[in-house]
Design a protein around this ligand. Structure first.
Ligand SMILES: [Zn+2]
Length: 322
């Protein structure tokens, strides 16, 4: 896809397109913002635009450079991320950048170094990276990607041009999921609203067979199957967290319906009729209490509480319909 066709992220794209027009190299960027909203996607579009064989300020997606950058198999693109066997980016990985940055590009117009999850550098790796970003050569661009500026060593952040990324609007995420990833309209609508525009997370959930579990949870919640059925859906911690999150979205919608918000503001738009039935059935006190219980349960699971105790607490607090 063309850099101009990136959906959302208007300000970051404008800044980067301006840098392309001015051929502004020898610079380090820090892309920051919530997880799963498209920072690394934009970084890749920028890397292609810097090296496209057909265009100077955009990418064609068809030339050999664009295709190989899409596949992360281009000699002048160095993509560093947390490796499968680790929780951090290690100093050895940053040293490969140190070595490559002093060499001339193999074949491209610019060397591009992208470090994803920059909040997860070891201390040694961060100190090594500091030397790299101090003065990148004029044929290079470095892009650091992190969830927040505060999670990056201040001495590194201060040497970068910082570009803030925000969640896409839900309608933009819905459009993007359908247009670029061929996601079915009802699934994309749900994911865009459920994840508040986080397209990367939407794609991960879709791959993880999310929808069958979501339907089971909502059926257990709505169609009087009660505690036993709910517990049978939550076989492990990730499933329990997902189930609790789905229920939170349900009670959030019930609250919205009680407040007479329009149906198109609902996450569970496809079940608007059932949401409105629950809105009539439950009191404000019950809905707010359910949301409170579910929010706390989610936090308990994050801090490694026992799943059985957490589910028991939900079952006691939420008087399932009979
Ligand atoms: Zn190209």
């Amino acid at each position: 896809m063309s850099f101009r066709e990136v959906i959302g992220h208007d300000i970051p794209v404008e800044i980067l397109q301006s840098a392309l027009h001015q051929r502004h190299l020898g610079i380090s960027y820090l892309f920051y913002g919530p997880h799963g909203i498209g920072k690394s996607f934009v970084a890749k579009q920028f890397a292609k635009s810097l090296n496209c064989e057909a265009q100077d300020t955009d990418c064609c997606d068809k030339c050999s450079s664009c295709r190989r950058i899409n596949a992360l198999q281009y000699p002048d693109l160095h993509w560093i991320d947390i490796q499968d066997d680790s929780e951090n980016i290690k100093i050895e990985q940053i040293r490969t950048i140190q070595e490559a940055i002093s060499l001339r590009p193999f074949e491209g117009k610019a060397k591009v170094f992208i470090i994803n999850n920059c909040q997860s550098l070891t201390e040694e790796a961060a100190n090594c990276l500091l030397k790299v970003v101090e003065e990148p050569p004029l044929d290079s661009v470095i892009m650091l990607i992190a969830a927040s500026v505060r999670l990056v060593l201040p001495t590194i952040a201060s040497r970068c041009q910082k570009i803030r990324f925000s969640n896409l609007r839900r309608q933009q995420a819905d459009e993007l999921l359908q247009k670029n990833y061929n996601v079915d309209a009802s699934e994309s609508r749900y994911l865009a609203y459920y994840l508040d525009g986080r397209v990367g997370d939407a794609l991960s959930l879709r791959q993880a067979e999310f929808f069958p579990q979501k339907e089971s949870v909502l059926n257990a919640c709505i169609h009087d199957m009660g505690a036993a059925k709910f517990e049978s859906i939550c076989k492990d911690k990730p499933q329990a967290q997902q189930a609790i999150s789905v229920l939170m979205s349900w009670f959030r919608d019930v609250l919205f319906a009680k407040l007479a918000m329009p149906d198109d503001s609902l996450i569970n738009y496809d079940r608007a009729r059932e949401v409105s039935i629950d809105a009539k059935k439950y009191s404000y006190v019950y809905v707010l209490s359910a949301l409170d219980t579910l929010t706390r349960s989610f936090e308990y699971l994050k801090s490694n509480a026992n799943i059985r105790l957490v589910l028991d607490n939900i079952n006691v607090s939420l008087t399932w319909k009979s």
